[in-house]
Design a protein around this ligand. Structure first.
Ligand code: NAP
Length: 270
């Protein structure tokens, strides 16, 4: 299978990096494009893949085309290459652009799947939600699942839920990083060296995620196992709950989701 990556910027590059690291494909099967051939060449050389001087050229030999440009450019880029997309699988990672709009921009010739990965795909620890458009087949979805599973894990959601996905797993790492910073600062306040505090806080968050992912138990049940009555964890949890941390985090998810919805509404041109 040959892959084209239209717009290999931060996220497109992270995806390619993860796919190569996983062994799913090799550099000679991936072609990237960017705004200019010079920019594409630079990215291609750092990733160890091929580059194309135009989007049309990038697509030519590809079976799967990843759309990784900014939302404002997405439909224009697809319209400009619509004849070349005939019969190809188009996987968009673009936030806020509906799969139907991409399908229409491609003049109905491409099979479309929309996705929302996060930057951890670079480390093969990403989480990606996939929303198949009606034009795509079960085989396409299986292929997309295999690709995104090679760079972390993947699940299928309704397209209407992608704004919430963006908030939880797209923006979510930044929320968890704020928690990590605060935990490390607490460790520094308690006398740890900054590096020790950061390592211990990161280890604690990684442990929480691994426990959830690998035991299949609920966060609540796992939390109960760590929390003995009147113990240290209970003392800390009491402060977090009394200060309203769960409500604050839920509100932050809602704010990010609402912003995602706002950003996906095209501006009205007079
Ligand atoms: N960053 C995230 O965490 C994240 C997570 C999930 C989804 N996404 C989505 O990923 C997409 C890309 O985000 P990003 O952060 O990677 O942005 P970025 O770094 O700015 O990358 C955008 C890329 O598009 C290229 N480009 C612009 N116009 C083009 C055109 N006409 N033809 C071909 N390439 C073109 C740019 O080329 P030049 O480098 O030459 O300018 C650049 O390489 C966005 O739609 C975003 O919604 C991002």
């Amino acid at each position: 299978m040959n892959y084209a990556v239209l717009g290999a910027g931060k996220m497109g590059s992270a995806l390619v990096h993860g796919m190569l690291a996983s062994g799913l494909t090799t550099g000679d099967h991936v072609t990237v494009s960017a705004t200019t051939p010079e920019s594409a060449a630079k990215t291609a050389s750092s990733l160890g893949v091929k580059f194309a001087g135009s989007n049309t050229e990038a697509i030519r030999d590809a079976g799967i085309v990843f759309l990784c440009v900014k939302p404002a450019q997405a439909t224009a880029v697809i319209s400009s290459v619509s004849p070349d997309l005939e019969g190809k699988l188009l996987i968009s990672i673009v936030a806020g652009i509906r799969s139907e709009d991409l399908f229409q921009a491609a003049k109905g010739g491409a099979r479309v799947i929309r996705s929302m990965p996060n930057t951890a795909v670079r480390l093969r620890k990403g989480i990606t939600a996939l929303a198949p458009h009606l034009s795509s087949t079960e085989e396409d979805l299986k292929m997309a699942m295999a690709i995104f599973s090679s760079v972390g894990s993947a699940l299928v959601v309704r397209e209407s839920d992608l704004d919430t996905v963006t908030a939880v797993s797209g923006s979510g790492p930044a929320f968890a990083l704020l928690m990590l910073e605060a935990m490390a600062q607490g460790g520094i306040d308690g006398g740890l060296e900054p590096e020790q505090a950061k390592t211990l806080a990161a280890g604690a968050l990684a442990a929480a995620a691994s426990l959830v992912n690998e035991t299949g138990q609920t966060p609540l049940a796992l939390r109960a196992e760590i929390t003995s009555p009147a113990g240290t964890t209970a003392a800390g949890l009491k402060v977090l709950e009394n200060k309203g941390l769960p409500e604050i985090v839920r509100a932050s998810i809602l704010a990010a989701r609402n912003r995602s919805i706002e950003l996906s509404i095209p501006p009205i041109h007079s």
